[in-house]
Every structure is written in structure tokens, then in C-alpha cells.
Design a protein around this ligand. Structure first.
Ligand code: SF4
Length: 171
């Protein structure tokens, strides 16, 4: 099942906001291009953004793909991750999904499971988190609306990033 790109893109933007703001900007700009750039292939970017979603088992509201859900008094969304290196990014991406569902009248809780670490992080959505994610979404808009990307700063994740050549081709 194809996911609507808007949801996929917004969730990915929130994730990238915590990983690298240059990546957020580049992703948001290249994704809207007609794909004539030979610096980064749009297909590669879309693949990077969606590969983790393709094999998801559960689709909610026809718009959010998640590893698994539990239906009870309150809907539970569960994402399973190998490591907690990007914990903040995972947390806020889940928070965005809860926000998205809340906007549509669906109350839910989120859980990020790290089976290898025997760890589970609960993501609770209250008015406080709603305010927080709305501020982040505004900040995302502000970064993306700029005509130039934020300053490039090398990080340990850069070598695995789809934009590596773009950022460091002059090195
Ligand atoms: S290569 Fe590094 S600096 Fe450039 S977008 Fe990717 S993570 Fe950010």
C-alpha cells in the first residue's frame, strides 16, 4: 500500500530536525524538485525516507504506517528500533503521529521498543506535548522556508547520509 507522501514527508522532516537541520532543509527542498538534479537522485531520497515504512504491518486511518498497534481503551502505536542512537528523533516522530491522530479525534499512546536493549520508551501525548510539537513544526517551517540550507557541520552519521556528496564533495 502506498502511503500518502505528505504524511511520510512531514514525519521524516520531524525526524531529520533532530538528526541534522541541513539534512532537513535538503530533504525538504529536493523532494519538491522536478528531479533534474544529478547531485542527489529523488528516487534515492524517497527510498531513504520510506524504506523503513514499506514493510509495516499496520496502517492507521490509511495514513500512518507503524510496526504494530494494540487496540484497547486507548490505541497503542509501537515502533521497534534496533538502537537508541536516534532516540530523540524517534520520540518526536512518534509524537507527530500522535498529534496527527489527535487532530482527527483519535486518542493514542506511543511506544518505542528497543528489544536488543530490553528497553521501551513511552510517548504520552498531552497538551504540553501538543504545544511542543507545534513549536517544532513551526521551527521546521522556518528552516525549510529559508533560501539556503543551515551551515554544514560534519557528524558521525554523515558518511551514511544520502547527502554526503552534496555536503562534502569539495573535501
Ligand atoms: S551529510 Fe552530514 S551534514 Fe550533510 S545533510 Fe547529511 S548528516 Fe547533515
Amino acid at each position: 500500500m502506498m502511503l500518502p507522501q505528505k504524511i511520510l514527508i512531514r514525519g521524516t522532516q520531524i525526524n531529520y530536525y533532530f538528526i541534522c537541520k541541513t539534512k532537513l532543509w535538503l530533504f525538504s527542498h529536493f523532494i519538491h524538485m522536478e528531479s533534474t538534479s544529478d547531485l542527489v537522485s529523488l528516487g534515492k531520497l524517497l527510498h531513504e525516507a520510506s524504506y523503513s515504512k514499506e514493510n509495516k504491518e499496520e496502517i492507521i486511518n490509511n495514513e500512518i504506517a507503524i510496526d504494530f498497534i494494540r487496540k484497547g481503551d486507548v490505541l497503542e502505536l509501537h515502533e521497534v528500533k534496533k538502537s537508541n542512537k536516534m532516540e530523540k528523533a524517534h520520540y518526536y516522530q512518534m509524537l507527530y503521529y500522535l498529534y496527527y491522530l489527535d487532530k482527527r479525534g483519535i486518542k493514542a499512546k506511543g511506544f518505542i521498543d528497543y528489544p536488543k536493549l530490553r528497553k521501551r520508551k513511552e510517548v504520552v501525548f498531552t497538551d504540553k506535548e501538543k504545544e511542543e510539537i507545534e513549536k517544532i513544526m513551526m521551527d521546521v517551517e522556518s528552516i525549510v522556508s529559508k533560501s539556503k540550507p543551515p551551515k554544514i557541520e560534519r557528524k558521525s552519521i554523515c558518511k551514511k547520509c544520502a547527502y554526503y556528496d552534496f555536503c562534502f564533495s569539495g573535501d
